[in-house]
Design a protein around this ligand. Structure first.
Ligand code: BTN
Length: 187
């Protein structure tokens, strides 16, 4: 693709690991359980959106997959210092698994506008990324409570925060792509 180059495999790997670490760092912010809901409001879901927005589908998805694998292996990287299999065997587990699909979908949309995706593309991509996470997370939550309708209604509380987060991620990603166009290499 004109204007882009394929970074060395080591650079690709480093970026993937850095983004997995970034998602982990976002877990420092504690989750907010509004009204005793089983799934918290978190900042951590910005990480997968940013990974897909900046690294593209493959490397963004790989970064989130690495993060999820480390959590499953027991590292306390989710908000509140949670890790292991338990978070996946609970109501919020589907959202965490959905973060992988979320990064991939964001990346697939952003890649179409490489090497300089604009704000509209980033916003559309991140709305799709959030929607995909909800599509995985809400039925998963509903499977635990036996009431998918209630899970969907309770998820409405996430919308204002997620709207702010996806706009912030989109603005950051546009700036990063402008500053470092070589990040846009699709593989
Ligand atoms: C966990 O820490 O166990 C996962 C939390 C998942 C929270 C989801 S991500 C999408 C939605 N937006 C939020 O702020 N919270 C939920």
């Amino acid at each position: 693709m004109p204007g882009t180059r394929n970074p060395a495999p080591a650079a690709n790997l480093a970026r993937t690991v850095v983004f997995a670490a970034f998602i982990a760092v976002l877990g420092i912010f504690p989750g907010l359980y509004i009204g005793g809901a089983a799934v918290p409001i978190v900042l951590q879901n910005m990480g997968p959106l940013l990974a897909g927005s900046i690294l593209g589908a493959r490397r963004g998805g790989a970064a989130v997959l690495l993060f999820v694998a480390l959590v499953a292996l027991g590292l306390p990287l989710l908000s509140g210092g949670r890790g292991g299999i338990a978070p996946f065997a609970g109501p919020s587990g589907g959202f965490v698994l959905g973060w992988i699909a979320s990064a991939v979908v964001v990346g697939l949309i952003v890649q179409r506008a490489m090497p300089r995706p604009g704000l509209v593309t980033l916003l559309v991509a991140n709305v799709a990324g959030v929607a995909v996470d909800y599509l995985v997370g809400i039925p998963y939550w509903g499977a635990f409570t036996g009431d998918i309708g209630s899970a969907a209604v309770q998820s409405l509380v996430f919308l204002p925060g997620d709207a702010v987060k996806l706009v912030a991620v989109s603005l950051v990603a546009v700036a990063v792509h402008r500053a470092v166009p070589t990040l846009s290499a699709p593989r």
